[in-house]
Design a protein around this ligand. Structure first.
Ligand code: DX5
Ligand code: ZN
Length: 227
């Protein structure tokens, strides 16, 4: 049976001049999480946003804040992002020398710990940490920008991860991040993902946030019905 799929709109594509309003629109349209993409100009080429934005978003919603740290040496920053109101703290395995310590610290503060895999990083990189984590993020683009094309090989990665999690009886949820659209969202869900991040498919000039969210939800409603 396929569980309900959670949607995590990423504010990276939102209108920053109306950020609070955009977050409220996403919440009203049925968002489950608000995804916050933190880029440091080192782990990824560009700089995006930091703790003040997390604090600001925390003021306008009670939704789970899913903080995606695309930063070098994330151990130096996880405390500040938890203080700012992050609920799920996701770090990249490629950036974390002491991944286990980071996961322990996040869970020790009662937050959820997520680990992220770049497209070129194998599932085996998280084999040891898998029993300890609350979420695994499978990147379906190379992190750095919104609006990139979905990398199809992410789907088989999700399938393999789903098998490992189910066989091990682990609690980790599987999140897919990058290039998610109404076209590929059902395939992500069918592969075994249960949280989908979407930035440019939710916040764009073509339609309202509620229309875009409705399209994603409608596409997902077909999963399990042979779509
Ligand atoms: C990748 C970020 C993503 C991304 C999503 O750098 O982690 O969250 O911006 O953007 P879309 O959904 O437009 O690919
Ligand atoms: Zn992200």
């Amino acid at each position: 049976m396929i569980n309900a799929i959670k949607l995590a709109p990423s504010i990276i594509s939102a209108d920053f001049a109306r950020l609070g309003e955009q977050v409220r629109e996403a919440e009203a349209a049925g968002a489950d999480y608000i995804h916050i993409d933190v880029m440091d100009g080192r782990f990824v080429p560009v700089i995006s946003m930091g703790t003040p934005i997390v604090e600001a978003v925390r003021q306008v919603t009670r939704l789970t804040l899913d903080v995606h740290l695309m930063v070098a040496e994330p151990e130096r920053h996880i405390g500040a992002f938890m203080d700012a109101g992050g609920d799920i703290i996701n770090v990249h395995v490629e950036a974390s020398t002491h991944l286990h310590r980071i996961v322990q610290e996040v869970r020790g503060r009662g937050r959820r710990a997520g680990v992220c895999l770049n497209p070129g990083t194998p599932v085996s990189a998280i084999e040891e940490i898998l029993p300890e984590v609350d979420q695994v993020m499978v990147m379906s683009v190379n992190p750095g920008w919104s609006g990139q094309r979905f990398i199809e090989s992410a789907l088989s990665k999700v399938q393999r991860l789903r098998r490992l999690i189910d066989e091990g009886g682990f609690r980790a949820e599987i999140e897919v991040d990058g290039g998610v659209t109404p076209e590929n969202a059902p395939r992500c869900a069918a592969a075994g993902a249960n949280v989908l991040v979407a930035a440019s498919a939710v916040f764009n000039d073509r339609a309202s946030v509620s229309e875009n969210m409705a399209r994603l939800k409608e596409a997902l409603s077909r999963v399990g019905r042979g779509a």
